[in-house]
Design a protein around this ligand. Structure first.
Ligand SMILES: Nc1ncnc2c1ncn2[C@@H]1O[C@H](COP(=O)(O)OP(=O)(O)OP(=O)(O)O)[C@@H](O)[C@H]1O
Ligand SMILES: Nc1ncnc2c1ncn2[C@@H]1O[C@H](COP(=O)(O)OP(=O)(O)OP(=O)(O)O)[C@@H](O)[C@H]1O
Ligand SMILES: [Mg+2]
Ligand SMILES: [Mg+2]
Lengths: 263, 263
């Protein structure tokens, strides 16, 4: 069955977009068919993979103005240098009008189920679907959480990001109770780990202690290559395949695959 | 006249909260009476200044359930080691129920003017009011922009933060046309500048070229001390007063003061 993973955290700048682009590419490199969905009006995922923000995409699917499959763009060549048999990565792009979706859907009774509905006919074509959510807990993020079978929350190795974790866990519990009982698993991914500072180590230990069964073993290091890749419209696996960032996300892909939905 | 500065940028993690805490403290150190308002449900500014998230605050003011002045907390001792004559800093704290404000105000005709109304009787008591906005362009950020006379947008020295600038400028133009003609000035503050990477230098040059009259001369360096200060409930001016972070924000305060509303 297709694993739909919402990559979400209301704390801003923790590595959600970077993780969707890099993990999506790494899963494709392992031979999976991957779909990444840009559900953020900033459209950072879309531009990170070299696609313009003026196409049919997530907004049109949420508004039921386009069939999901008509919005898919093949970004395999932006993601990978070498494509293994069977592997591919497609993008459902975002555009700035997505910023209006929250208000436009405010009175729709099924406002949080639009993405799940829109993907219904096509989701089986993919082994993995990753949804890049904006830094808030509003309608767009809720669409990602309702469409998902799992959640991956990037947690920056800094104090303020740690603080937000309790709020995020409370929201996920409410979503599971009221909107999506199928939301089975949560994975916490530590990001931007800077070994030179004691702060990062302290935060990781704090999360390991309190959320031992949720935290991934893979920690993503802070490396400037990851911040550079988006300006080239490439995933880290294409931009700097031998570097520490690509290596860490390949390890994360293997760990996510092994954890499986039964994780 | 009181200068009300909304610190806003829909891009997450660019240093909005850090800037409000540090710049607020630095303006108080120059002898000004400062009010900082936490308009983010994450309540990061509130905890960064050592205050718990269970008090009357911004949510109650927006819902007209409390008078603004009854929510103000004196945080001068968390912000500064040495308090100059006349200088002080108070906080209007946030709480998690602020996350509900967007939905609760959705049908109110004056939903974006609640903060401006709430501050009306007290704003004249302060020389500066700084509003920490969440990473979105929804109702809470709009409340900050409608209450404001100026906007300060922190811009992280990285590519994805640069991308979001055009969208932010478009939003500010619309707010000035439709909601707040008094929104006079925009200041762009470059943050998390890491001199070791060419990326940061490139982004600063790009912003300097395209927005020469908006960018502040002061650039904030990336320094781990700034990331540590929130866990101690202190501003950088108290936590590490002799460091590069405190120095940079003192320079920014002098520059903001000199620019004045006429800036
Ligand atoms: N491990 C890393 N090392 C260095 N830089 C990183 C790393 N991961 C992400 N970045 C950079 O940090 C910034 C924030 O990352 P990103 O935009 O992916 O976060 P986000 O959570 O998606 O942000 P938002 O909340 O705005 O959606 C970006 O400029 C990105 O390029
Ligand atoms: N100049 C700096 N050097 C190093 N770390 C910094 C600096 N400025 C901010 N930080 C750290 O970077 C992270 C993001 O900063 P901050 O939380 O202030 O951004 P924000 O824009 O308010 O985020 P959000 O969009 O979630 O509200 C925090 O952990 C903060 O402590
Ligand atoms: Mg993002
Ligand atoms: Mg903040």
């Amino acid at each position: 069955a297709t694993r739909v993973i919402a990559v979400a955290n209301q704390k801003g700048g923790v590595g959600k977009t970077t993780t969707v682009a890099a993990l999506g590419a790494a899963l494709a490199a392992r031979g999976h068919r991957v779909l990444v969905v840009d559900a953020d009006p900033q459209a950072n995922l879309t531009s990170s993979l070299g696609v313009t923000k003026d196409r049919l995409g997530t907004y049109d699917v949420l508004m039921r103005a386009a069939a999901a499959a008509s919005t898919f763009i093949d970004v395999t060549s932006a993601a990978l240098r070498v494509v293994p048999d069977g592997g591919s990565i497609h993008l459902m792009p975002a555009s700035p009008d997505l910023a209006g979706a929250e208000v436009e859907l405010a009175t729709a009774h099924d406002r949080t189920a639009r993405l799940r509905e829109g993907l219904r006919d096509d989701v089986h074509r993919f082994g993995y679907v990753l949804v890049d959510c904006p830094p808030s807990l509003g309608t767009l993020t809720l669409n990602g959480l309702v469409a998902a079978t799992e959640v991956l929350a990037p947690v920056q190795c800094e104090y303020l990001a740690l603080e937000g974790l309790t709020q995020l866990l409370g929201t996920l519990r409410r979503v599971r109770e009221r909107l999506n009982p199928g939301l089975a698993h949560l994975h916490l991914a530590m990001t931007m780990f800077d070994a030179r500072t004691g702060l990062a180590q302290g935060v990781v230990e704090e999360v390991r202690t309190h959320f031992a069964d949720l935290i991934l073993r893979t920690t993503i290091p802070r490396t400037v290559r990851l911040a550079e890749a988006p300006s080239h419209g490439q995933s880290i696996l294409r931009y700097d395949p031998a570097g520490r960032g690509a290596e860490a996300y390949r390890t994360m892909a293997a760990e996510i695959e092994a954890r499986g939905v039964a994780g």
